[in-house]
Design a protein around this ligand. Structure first.
Ligand SMILES: Cc1cc2nc3c(=O)[nH]c(=O)nc-3n(C[C@H](O)[C@H](O)[C@H](O)COP(=O)(O)OP(=O)(O)OC[C@H]3O[C@@H](n4cnc5c(N)ncnc54)[C@H](O)[C@@H]3O)c2cc1C
Length: 448
């Protein structure tokens, strides 16, 4: 009997499917954003999807998969880019979405099952005056476990920095991949072992997340004649610590032409700045605009609306900006850059001039190590892989780091030969046979 058949007999009481269309669907994420990954990962699939109902099921699945030597790729909402949730070596996709209980809430802190959707977390905490410190633009579909294992930051990072900043993940509870799986509570710094490790270092069952005060957020669009005008105003607001904000996103023309639901608020030929500002800070925001950046015009001002049928402005920011363009033109792709904080405006202007129409600029202001800087997520008019690599090289040569979204290993993503040393050594204990999402941590060698 095949190992997989034996596995499914062992776990027959846990919900699972081998229905090929469903398994293929649950083996995909948004890797198709990249023409390179679209070619490489096309056709990769698991053989079964198992849907644990609770942590005890996760422990049983881990033990059985270890016994039968079957790879396991965890999955939340499946919104990751770079093929993070795509099984390269078949096996089982572990659908974690049923582990969605809120275990407890305290002022400023929450403990929640890893499969809970981000939007549902905020819905539970906001009535108590709290919300997640940050979320990706996929808040309405992604899970908290997938965000920690696959994401990096997003809406809120202008105030709180990225997920990697100390203090942004309080604890992670994980199940290891061993003959007798252990359940470990990783607190504070220890939790970095699973942060952005693509599920290669443990199966996250629950998370303790620090919260932020929940403000009444106002979505704003400000139109400017040039992209650099939008950047300079965004930077001024980013540096203004007295203005409470969650999002500052300059986007160059013609990308706003693809923003169907808010197109009427994006004047032809203009760059825009998308912002989320706490209601009590809106007057100060407008004051900075009028007094110091008078070329800008507010074209949209409305409370953030997230209910079904509504479109919050954050769904035109971060990686959604690229998605909006891809809906119109499937030939474009994107990059993820980080400009040096010390010469931010010069660096942004230099890159804009260097590539002309080949790159349409888009920035996200954020804090890194306490300093305000900006991540660039430009739209790239794709021609060839060689040209794409040359563009990446041109950025790096100018001190702009690139997290390459056209590769699927952790190492290649950051352009390092080896993965984070702590994550690598943790994996040797948590997954000695390398069965968790194999192929994503290239530096790992299975322990005999
Ligand atoms: C349009 C668009 C916009 C995006 N915007 C942002 C953004 O603003 N910021 C950002 O950081 N990312 C962004 N992303 C990437 C992605 O949406 C987020 O990182 C999201 O939080 C992933 O959550 P998910 O539940 O969909 O995870 P999945 O895609 O299901 O999984 C992501 C990774 O985590 C692993 N994983 C999932 N659950 C677990 C678990 N319980 N235990 C262990 N490993 C697990 C998976 O194996 C995979 O490697 C964007 C993607 C798209 C397509």
């Amino acid at each position: 009997m095949e190992a997989l058949e034996r596995l499914l007999i062992d776990l027959s009481d846990i919900p699972h499917t081998t229905e090929p269309a469903l398994v293929r669907q649950k083996s995909r994420d948004f890797f198709w954003y990249s023409p390179v990954l679209n070619r490489q990962l096309h056709g990769c699939s698991a053989q079964a999807v198992i849907s644990p109902r609770n942590e005890a099921d996760v422990v049983r699945v881990a033990a059985a998969c270890f016994r039968h030597n079957i790879p396991v790729t965890a999955r939340g909402g499946g919104t990751g880019n770079y093929g993070q949730a795509v099984p390269l070596h078949g096996g089982v996709v572990l659908d974690m979405t049923a582990l969605d209980a809120i275990e407890w809430q305290r002022p400023g802190m929450l403990r929640v099952g890893s499969g809970r959707k981000l939007i549902d977390i905020d819905r539970e905490t906001r009535p108590n005056g709290w919300e997640l410190r940050m979320h990706p633009s996929t808040k309405r579909t992604a899970t908290i476990g997938g965000f920690i294992a696959g994401g990096s930051g997003g809406i809120g990072s202008i105030t709180w920095g990225g997920l990697r900043e100390p203090g942004n993940v309080a604890a992670a509870r994980i199940v290891t991949m061993e003959a007798t799986p252990r359940v470990l509570d990783l607190r504070e710094g220890e939790a970095q072992a699973v942060n952005h490790a693509y599920g290669t270092t443990g199966l996250i069952t629950a998370l303790e997340m620090p919260l932020a005060p929940a403000w009444h957020w106002i979505d704003m669009i400000v139109a400017f004649p040039t992209f650099m005008d939008a950047v300079r105003f965004g930077y001024a607001v980013a540096l203004a610590d007295g203005i409470v904000k969650k999002l500052l996103t300059p986007v160059g023309w013609p990308t706003p032409d693809a923003f169907r639901q808010v197109r009427a608020h994006c004047p032809d030929g203009h760059a825009i700045l998308i912002a989320m500002i706490a209601e009590p800070s809106v007057a100060a925001f407008k004051s900075v605009l009028v007094r110091r950046h008078s070329s800008g015009t507010i074209t949209f001002e409305r409370p953030t609306a997230e209910a079904q049928g509504e479109v919050p402005l954050y769904e035109f920011t971060w990686n959604h900006t690229t998605l909006q363009m891809l809906k119109r033109d499937r030939s474009v792709t994107y990059l993820q850059a980080l400009h040096p904080a010390g010469r931010l405006l010069d660096s942004v202007a230099e890159i804009e001039t260097l590539f002309g129409d080949e790159l349409i600029p888009h920035l996200e202001f954020l804090r890194v190590g306490g300093q305000v800087t900006a991540s660039g997520l430009p739209i790239v008019r794709f021609t060839t892989e060689e040209r794409l690599n040359a563009i990446i090289g041109d950025h790096r040569a100018r001190g702009v780091s690139i997290a390459d979204p056209h590769v699927f290993t952790l190492e290649d993503g950051v352009g390092h030969k080896q993965v984070d040393a702590d994550q690598l050594s943790f994996k040797r204990h948590a997954d000695p046979h390398g069965l968790l999402n194999p192929g994503k941590m290239r530096s790992f060698r299975a322990v005999e």
